[in-house]
Design a protein around this ligand. Structure first.
Ligand code: HAM
Length: 419
């Protein structure tokens, strides 16, 4: 038997309503905040991610699904959504259009990681990107949107962590302070951290290795090194969050796994789903558009992992809403009444009523059994006497009560029942 590739998941028929629930909440909150949806390709030129996500990141160095296509081009399955949306924004001349541009997407993403609970090789993100505003208002609104989304979904077991990682003016000073702190520990840290020490010291703070994690605890904190502008900006974000009653923790160890961030970074973290507890992460990335060849355009955004959200909802007993069930199942007793059942089902569907009927040539008893399995609220039986009399026998499956409903009143009857 051919099996599913490691780190990927099927969404089974009994589970898809959960995805739809999350996606509907994502679309609804995006609409309330006046965002427009965008869709970008599943694969891009590899160069986009090398330059966009950054060549010192684990994502680019170890985790990308990269291959040569038949035209010998290096292609990569998107490991995240931001770089593709930024490319789209530049390529279509939108940096010169109406700003700010507030965009959202729901996309698969691919990372060759070691699969575990909440970590897959193909996963899905609901992402948001705001282009054009340098103001802390944009950061605060993006965070508020994420907060509202989680609230709408019914999740409250998360903590919002925020930090500022400075900009090209103050980060170098902090990097030097970090290097000074780590230099005497270089013999103790893991080989990856020794590389990070050279290439991207900020990432030293994010290492999951026990020893490195311990060492990171006493490292200097970035918030002590922010320049005046970054300090003012971070204060602005916090003041707006305070004004909106959004609680958060300032966590100087939030540095994020992608290179494009500056100033604000944030994560919504849960302790209920194991070590992969970050359900949503994002921040400001003011230089990405410029680095990708566009005119300088500040930006801020986030992405939430849908699989992690589903896991968190399952683990904490959050409801996914009701699984939709058919309003009525039409059961025909003989050849002629089956045809009538088929036709009534069509009329009901045309009028927006969820209706089903048999196409397995089942006995009436078996049809009832099937209707029970799919959770139909009513079963409408049609036999020769019903055909003659112009009505059907409608059984309420919850109460077992039966009533006769004329064919020409079927739509009105079930429309009423749906309320
Ligand atoms: P990220 O933190 O790499 O950021 O991913 C965002 C979210 O995607 C994570 O918080 C997590 O919920 C989910 N996620 C990441 N990797 C996996 C995985 N292997 N399996 C399951 N879920 C995963 C970004 O991707 C940025 N593009 C976010 C952003 C948008 N920043 C600014 N704009």
């Amino acid at each position: 038997m051919i099996t599913i590739p490691k780190g990927t998941k099927d969404v089974l028929p009994g589970e898809s309503y959960r995805w739809q629930y999350l996606e509907e909440k994502a679309r609804a909150v995006s609409k309330r905040y006046c965002l427009k949806e965008v869709r970008t390709p599943t694969f891009e030129h590899t160069e986009l991610f090398n330059r966009g996500v950054g060549d010192t990141t684990d994502i680019v160095n170890k985790e990308m699904y990269t291959f040569l296509d038949k035209g010998d081009r290096s292609i990569t399955l998107k490991p995240e959504g931001t770089a593709g949306v930024a490319r789209m924004f530049i390529e279509n001349g939108l940096t010169g259009g109406v700003l700010p541009a507030k965009l959202y997407y729901i996309t698969p993403a691919f990372r060759y990681e070691r699969p575990q609970a909440g970590r897959l090789r193909e996963f899905h993100q609901f992402g948001v990107e705001f282009f054009g505003s340098p103001s802390p208002d944009a950061d605060a609104e993006v965070i508020m949107l994420a907060n509202d989304f989680l609230k709408d979904v019914g999740i409250d077991e998360v903590e919002l962590n925020i930090n500022s990682i400075g900009c090209k003016h103050c980060r170098p000073k902090y990097n030097e302070a970090l290097r000074d702190y780590y230099r005497p520990h270089l013999g103790e840290v893991c080989p990856t951290c020794r590389e990070r020490f050279e290439k991207n010291p900020l990432r030293l703070l994010d290492c999951k290795e026990e020893t490195c994690h311990e060492i990171a605890k006493n490292a200097p904190v970035i918030t002590d090194y922010l320049c005046e502008e970054c300090e003012r900006h971070f204060k602005g974000v916090r003041e707006l969050l305070d004004a909106c009653g959004i609680s958060y923790k300032i966590n100087p160890n939030i540095v994020r796994g992608l290179d494009y961030y500056s100033k604000t970074v944030f994560e919504f973290v849960s302790t209920a789903i194991g070590s992969q507890g970050t359900v949503c992460g994002g921040g400001r990335y003011d230089t990405l558009i410029e680095n990708l060849g566009g005119s300088p355009t500040p930006a801020v955004g986030f992405a939430a992992g849908l699989e992690r959200l589903i896991l968190l909802m399952q683990n904490t007993g959050v409801s996914f809403g009701e699984e939709p069930v058919p309003e009525v199942y039409l059961a025909g007793m003989d050849e002629l009444s089956r045809k009538k059942a088929f036709a009534v089902a069509k009329t009901l569907r045309e009028n927006g009523i969820v209706a089903d009927t048999d196409h397995m040539n089942r006995s009436i008893k078996a049809q009832f059994k099937y209707a029970g399995k799919i959770g139909a609220k009513f079963v409408a039986t049609i036999g020769s006497s019903e055909l003659e009399g112009g009505f059907m026998n409608v059984k309420n499956m919850a109460t077992s009560e039966s009533v006769k409903v004329p064919f020409d009143e079927a739509v009105t009857y079930f429309k009423k029942g749906e309320k």
